[in-house]
Ligand binder design. Sequence first.
Ligand SMILES: [Zn+2]
Length: 236
Amino acid sequence: MSETVNIQSIEFGSRKINFELSYQDRKTLGIRVYPNCKVKVIAPYDTTEEKLKAKLREKAPWIIKQQLGFLSYQPLTPPRKYVNGETHLYLGRQYKLRIEKSEINEVKLFRGRLLVLKKHNASVKNLLSEWYREKAFVHFEETLKKTILLFKRFEIDEPELQIRQMSTRWGSCTPKGKVILNPELIKAPKGSIEYVIIHELCHLIHHNHTRAFYDLQEAIMPDWKKWKERLEMSLI
Ligand SMILES: [Zn+2]
């Protein structure tokens, strides 16, 4: 029987894990992750807070993995405030935002920062999303040109690339062979971008997620699982 129930949290990387904690007469710590991503922790009565948090931090990658499993393949970027010092991702790396007033609007990577020069009434959010979009187009186009070579034996034409904001997917493709990618993907590591493009290119040959589809994906990119995982972890 659980006696006391309360909500607590631990910090892990940039992520906060909330959990419902209860105590029971038991020997080991029990952790469950539910499909709504809620985490319940049942601890033995004599667990100290320090020990509990250490154990949860150790288990955090597993907890996040479970949560992401339930949400799989969905962009997870949290809402941003677009203020100085805030962290933004580009190709899997974190950059701190630095905003400066200027006579021109410009976004660039400068000395390890994401520098936004902006005119008086310009929106940082708009400037940044425009920058991401431009970078996305160039990088995706380049990656597509590189990865299509791995499909040589199928003699497929290079598909047309389209960039489109999608709320629940990283990529998709049309029966006519157009590959559509989410511009948010430019925030993920290069290998993960490659993985999404390869995944979509495999769909030009096998439309559904059949065994043959996965065999092909594995043959083209043997470490796809790692990059899929990195993708899911990177946009937290
Ligand atoms: Zn698919």
